[in-house]
Design a protein. Sequence first.
Lengths: 239, 440
Amino acid sequence: MSGHEFQSFFPDSGEVDMTDTSTSIDEATMAELRDLAGRYPQARSALLPMLHLVQSVDGRISPAGIEACADVLGISTAQVSGVATFYTMYRRRPGGKHHVGVCTTALCAVMGGDTLLEKVSAKLGIEPDETTADGTFSLERIECNAACDFAPVMMVNWEFMDNMTPAKADKLIDDLAAGKDVSSTRGAKITSWREAERVLAGFTDGRADEGPSAGEASLLGKSIADANGWAAPKPEDAK
Amino acid sequence: MTDTLTPVLSAQWGAEKSWTLDAYTATGGYEAVGTALKLTPAQVTDMVKDSGLRGRGGAGFPTGMKWSFVPKDNPNPTYLVVNADESEPGTCKDMPLLLASPHILVEGMIIASYAINCHTAFVYIRGEVLHVIRRMQQAVAQAYAAGYLGKNIKGSGYDLDIIVHAGAGAYICGEETALLDSLEGRRGQPRLRPPFPAVAGLYASPTVINNVESIASVPSIVKNGSSWFGSMGTEKSKGMTIYSLSGHVNRPGQFEAPLGITLRQLLDLSGGVRSGHQLKFWTPGGSSTPILTGEHLDVPLDYEGMAGAGSMLGTKALQVFDETTSVVRTTLRWIEFYKHESCGKCTPCREGNWWLVQLLKKFEAGEAVDGDVDKLLDICDDIGGKSFCALADGAVACVTSAVRHFRGEFEAGYKTPAWELFPYGASALFPVSEKVGAHA
């Protein structure tokens, strides 16, 4: 077909930036990497958590981080890079203090996600996969984040920001930029993307008790059941 | 006759600090562990078999039967891996479950692990849900502290460790063999089967992989009995399950009901399609399940009912779209998702979804040419059934079902852009900018 001449187009397949060799990985980080490797029946299973830890320390997947993982696990740096470049959560360029995601998979897009992304992008002055010059924000066009009953959905540092509107998104960015306290609609007070990455690596931050048990939509069926006196059968009635 | 809604898994979601051990045990939590540990593993497996519980992650395979496939004479350890990689577009049931009631999964994992003689179990949670991971990490820590995990659980002599593992962004890791590769610290790419995971799964050892909701259903079966579970639902689709209603409805949300409820019933309960609008199309279980229309409102939402309607129950993710929605635009977005998430291992999926996006963009822009609908279906033929895993088949299903029900709308893309036929602002919940255009 005319206009369909083949052109390889995989923008996400870029390499780790090997020219930026800066790192904050120290002996304490190495000890934590070894700790993670020791938590699994086979050490290599810890590679994904270890890469999350690298990001929390270096703000990206750094060359030093790749070497550190390879050293601890006794595998090659190519094997580590191969994994690091497969998963979308691993950043090959420095992420912002706050990592903002806007869902534009079908349902969120239709319900307004496209406009949210456009407005957030314009407000921050960056395109998806970029970071603001002051390092405060990075932006990502995310795929479905399992919160469709709260569409359109945004995420900040992988915390839910449910039922978003342009006005709410505007205020969210302003508040984060001003350093005000911002809480997820179904999560904890927003800290930073790096602190979030540390939790994902497997080092808890003691914030599990923050936030509600569920959102309103999550509770809708239960509240309708209660209003009607509906419940699962009693075990004795089912015998 | 059972009630229309039957909250079991979701019964405590609204309780004060529902996610804590204290809240869970206050309503009988962990009692089923005590019951199960007094039975033999085979008896527990039989209970789950007898209940009729089928996998809630999409495929609907009988859970107890899956457990019984684990070989008894294999010298390697047996592993349980819970799939909490919930990423299928529209699917949003496991995350609220784990956020509100993580202990129900921990309890289910203890019982399931005991039944398959497993001493190390994993929960693989997608990485993009920080607070869900926090709650799960804390629940596991609390369960250890209370003696429900670790050595000699409650004096039974049974040992179990649970490892909470965060993924790193890859839909494909919801496919069970890709999940195993990912959990081994590799790129998440599906494996060729056989061997099946029950024989050679994690670390080439016998492995059972179950969805969150499947395992979370187990404590209630042990506690209340197989016949109790089977008293809900339909003949071949037994028990209660969580339906997730989203999109153009007045009140989206989660509904736990016996299998076999209909979309009409769920819409009636929740206030219906967005006021002033009519249903156009919907998915029964995520974007990989062929779309249905208003003529399927009364088909039972169970495994057989959905199969009979030419679709699949999938994850029971009911995404509702009203008459303002362009099916071309929606299909394009779904295929952009599959293109983005294809792991790249199989050529038909990797290249085919790329081509589908190119062609669907032309339909959206009104720049397709006569015959392009057939070309679309031709490309689908080249993808479906020709790849390792079901990702490719799911992608194809959303295109072919959209063309089956709305061929005319695709043909309109030979002349008219989708945004002229269906101004996008009409579908959104707030005013949207005029500028449209699909992303890369």
